[in-house]
Structure formats: structure tokens, C-alpha cells
Design a protein around this ligand. Structure first.
Ligand code: SAM
Length: 275
């Protein structure tokens, strides 16, 4: 526990930091002064800083990768869990996968992207649903999921694949897809599920130049931290990154909405089909 007071930040430095983060990472922290100081203080003290100004001076002037990593690890919100908004996965399994399995019955390749995957629970949940759907045929299909985030800390946790077991995980899935680590009491995601997810750092503010176009994109609980122009621009980039036609789907969270858009048609709560 850190019993020292949080390191304070001047209004000028607060605005400079908020602008820097919004411009480079999309995240709007303009109402989060307390969050900034409380999340950064301990790590700054560990690095020998007693004031915010010299750290920010160093960050802005050098763009030191260690400083940037610290900022992103501390100031992103990585809250996530397995089977989050389960109705999305039910729709994915019952409606989208049968459609895509038919569409791709020759090439046997599905392209799925979990954008803002945090510590991995979302792409691993998708990986389990894919395994359940394809069953004994799974090895004939390439269903690898691209999972990206800007927090290195979240990605490191995702890659380890060690979690507390949530109460609502079906028992059969616990037995099939996890092994208990006796030392920690945590559960490790099975290699067959882990190997189907490719984790990569990626900033959603950057142009999207992946080799492939996607059938399905999940970007849930990420754009809630962005302002409207940033969201609108990103939604267009997602649209461009998807395969053409109505068998391409885009998922956001139940607490978000795309509003009126010529790019997508709402087909179920917070699930959109490409127009
Ligand atoms: C609340 S988590 C959502 C995790 C998961 N999608 C879910 O719904 O449970 C939001 C994630 O978005 C990531 N994020 C925020 N801004 C980002 C950006 N500009 N590029 C990539 N990821 C970003 C954060 O690091 C964080 O891990």
C-alpha cells in the first residue's frame, strides 16, 4: 500500500498530458485528474520523481518508450472478463458462424479481430466458441484470432493465459479448455485455445494495414473512452478493414451505439452488419 500522498499535477501539465494522450491514443482523460495522479504516483516515486513536471518534460521531449509504456499501462482501463455480454457470443455461434462456415467452405479461413483485447478474456472466449462450433473439423480450418491492445502489461497477462475461474464458466468448458495450476490456484487456458489467438500491440489511432480483411471485428468497451470525432474516424477505418458485403459483422458493447451511420446496419443489440 502506498501511504504517501499522490504527486500533484498543475493545471497546465494536466492539460498538456490530456492533449498528448488524446492526440496519440484517442483516450479522453479530460475529467480524470484524480485518476491520473493516483495511478501514476507510485510508479513515478519508484523512478525517483517527487514531482510530475520533470517526468512530463522528459516524456514530451524524448518520447522515451519506457515512459510511454508506463503511461499506457497505468492510464488505460483494462477491465474485462470471460463471456462478457454472453448474448454476443450466442449470436456469433448461432447466426454468424453458420453463415461464415458456408461462405468459407472452400478456403476454410475465417478472419476475426478482437481490437482492444485487454488481458485476453475476450479473444479466448471467442477461441472457445470457435472450437465448440467446428468440433472435430477444427483442425481443417484456419480461424486464428488477431487480438490487439496498446497496453503491454495487458498483453503480457493475455499471453500467459492464467486466470481466476469465473463462476459462470460451464463445468464442461473448465475441464476441456483449462488446467488448474496447483501452485497459484489459477487456471491456464489450454494450448488448443491459446494457439488460436495471436496477440500484437496495436494503437487503434494508427492506419489499419493488416494483410487480411476481417469477417468479424469485436471492439467492445474501447471507444467509450474516445471522443466522438475519434470514434467516427475509427469506425470508418474498421469498415474499410472488413471484407465487403453483409456477412461481415462488427460488435461494440451494450453501453455504446454507432448512431445513424451509412456504413453499418444494426442486426441485434450492439451487433452491426457491414452495408
Ligand atoms: C475496458 S478494456 C475492453 C476489453 C474487452 N474488449 C472487453 O470488452 O472486455 C479497453 C481496452 O482498450 C485498450 N485501448 C484503449 N485505447 C486504445 C488504443 N488507442 N489502441 C488500442 N487499444 C486501446 C485498453 O488498453 C484496454 O485494454
Amino acid at each position: 500500500m502506498d501511504i504517501l500522498h499522490d504527486i500533484s499535477i498543475s493545471d497546465r501539465d494536466f492539460h498538456r498530458l490530456v492533449d498528448f494522450i488524446q492526440k496519440n491514443y484517442g483516450i479522453d482523460l479530460s475529467k480524470k485528474k484524480t485518476l491520473i495522479t493516483s495511478r501514476l504516483s507510485h510508479s513515478l516515486r519508484q523512478r525517483g520523481y517527487t514531482e510530475m513536471a520533470p517526468f512530463l518534460e522528459h516524456l514530451f521531449s524524448t518520447k522515451d518508450p519506457d515512459d510511454l509504456e508506463l503511461i499506457l499501462n497505468k492510464l488505460t482501463t483494462n477491465y474485462t472478463y470471460f463471456l462478457r455480454e454472453t448474448d454476443h457470443f450466442t449470436y456469433f455461434q448461432n447466426k454468424i458462424l453458420p453463415e461464415l462456415a458456408e461462405k468459407h467452405k472452400r478456403d476454410k479461413v475465417l478472419s476475426i479481430w478482437s481490437a482492444g483485447c485487454s488481458s485476453g478474456e475476450e479473444p479466448y472466449t471467442l477461441s472457445i466458441y470457435l472450437k465448440e462450433f467446428f468440433g472435430s473439423q477444427a483442425s481443417q480450418w484456419d480461424t486464428r484470432i488477431l487480438a490487439t491492445d496498446i497496453s503491454q502489461q495487458a498483453l503480457a497477462k493475455a499471453q500467459k493465459g492464467l486466470y481466476q475461474m469465473p463462476a459462470d464458466m460451464p463445468d464442461t468448458w473448465v475441464r476441456r479448455y483449462f488446467t488448474k495450476d496447483r501452485a497459484s490456484g489459477l487456471y491456464q487456458v489450454a494450448p488448443s485455445i491459446r494457439n488460436n489467438v495471436i496477440f500484437r500491440p496495436f494503437n487503434l489511432m494508427d492506419p489499419i494495414h493488416f494483410r487480411i480483411k476481417f469477417d468479424v471485428i469485436f471492439c467492445r468497451n474501447v471507444m467509450i473512452y474516445f471522443d466522438q470525432p475519434t470514434r467516427d474516424a475509427l469506425v470508418r477505418r474498421f469498415w474499410e478493414a472488413m471484407r465487403p458485403g453483409p456477412t461481415s459483422y462488427f460488435f461494440i458493447s451494450h453501453s455504446e451505439s454507432l448512431g445513424q451511420t451509412p456504413l453499418f446496419r444494426l442486426v441485434a443489440p450492439s451487433i452491426y452488419q457491414k452495408k
